[in-house]
Design a protein around this ligand. Sequence first.
Ligand SMILES: NC(=O)c1ccc[n+]([C@@H]2O[C@H](COP(=O)([O-])OP(=O)(O)OC[C@H]3O[C@@H](n4cnc5c(N)ncnc54)[C@H](O)[C@@H]3O)[C@@H](O)[C@H]2O)c1
Length: 389
Amino acid sequence: MSELEIGIIGCGGMMGAHVHRGFKQLWEKGFRPFKIVACVDVNESAAQRMADEISQWQGLRPKVYTSVDEFIARETSVSAVDISLPHHEHHTVAVACLESGKNVLIEKPLAITMRAGKKILEAAKSRNLVLSVAENYRRAPHHRAVNWAIRQGRIGEPKQVYWVDVFERLWYWGWRDHLEFAGGGWTLDGGVHFADLMRYHVGEVVEVSAQIATFNPNRFRKVNEHQELVTATIEDTTQALLKFENGALGVWVEAITAPARQIGTRVIYGTEGAIDLNAGLFLRNQDNPIPFAQLQEEFMASLSESDKERLFPLGVMDDIAQEVHEFVTACLDNNPKVEIDGDEGYRSQAVCMAIYEAATLKQTISVADVMALKVEAYQRLLNERWQIS
Ligand SMILES: NC(=O)c1ccc[n+]([C@@H]2O[C@H](COP(=O)([O-])OP(=O)(O)OC[C@H]3O[C@@H](n4cnc5c(N)ncnc54)[C@H](O)[C@@H]3O)[C@@H](O)[C@H]2O)c1
């Protein structure tokens, strides 16, 4: 097998997970057809730290760059990049890398607006390059088992979704608390994972109506033993109604400034039963749910050897290691057909953006119209801010 030279761009929190749970774990399992040759971050010490860590298990120390342009200009033999940046930088960096012929693994959401996402899609498609969106949640054995159970008809036809996350976060989370850098609040940031899971388990979302609000913009960060107040500019509360292609209906709530009492309920109801993503599979006339451990065991036992190797290569159960493995393999094979490619990432992003558009326009919004850039009332300011035309 030839060796893939990889550059990692953005050496912050999530890249730490890509490196430790992904590249390093695969390396230790003996999967070594790759070499991380460059660490890029505008924060030089973050890039240096990451390069030090990688050199400990890889032997070779990656070169450090503080500019993506310089990295692209110098590292011409690098044919793959892993990008983990604040959302407003996804499209500029991904497009530049794709235009220089590099395959891309990029963190979710695909981009800060649909228009920006489309630019990434087009740059990848026109060059037939791999574009993989790091949508790891659905790869976890738990969600593979849920999906298998639903596809097997264990709950009948999926008809209702209740996805309600209510909690309070008062600590300041940097760029994520600012609309211009994040593109939206938790409904986009965490929510794009949830949109992906709903699409994976139930099917495409076709229509959305929604309300959003900001009830408490106060966040606090510790500065020299004092708590400094920062004003967030993202929304903190979303209540949305979803309609799925198969006729199923969903209620989706994300509320991050609800004090004192949490709600965490994620249940998919079918015509014959329900899957509670926290508790297991519930069937009519059965007192106790089938726990996930049992469901997962049944699912694993149902897999052929080739499916097992496809879903859990080298026996790796970690979702991030799986996505990195798939990306490296796809790059080596020059095969852009990955599970969560640009189109998949774009669809999940569109569900979240449809929520913001519906709330802005106070009307029901078609997700297809959001994907076709026919509805951009919410996104217009973001497009103007970052000159996305
Ligand atoms: N899949 C998941 O479960 C998951 C979890 C957390 C974050 N994420 C995603 O990962 C991405 C990054 O999030 P994070 O938490 O790691 O953020 P972070 O702030 O910890 O890291 C971002 C890094 O990018 C660097 N950076 C910013 N602009 C740059 C530029 N132009 N060139 C080079 N470096 C630049 C910053 O200095 C920082 O080190 C986001 O898309 C986020 O949504 C995904």
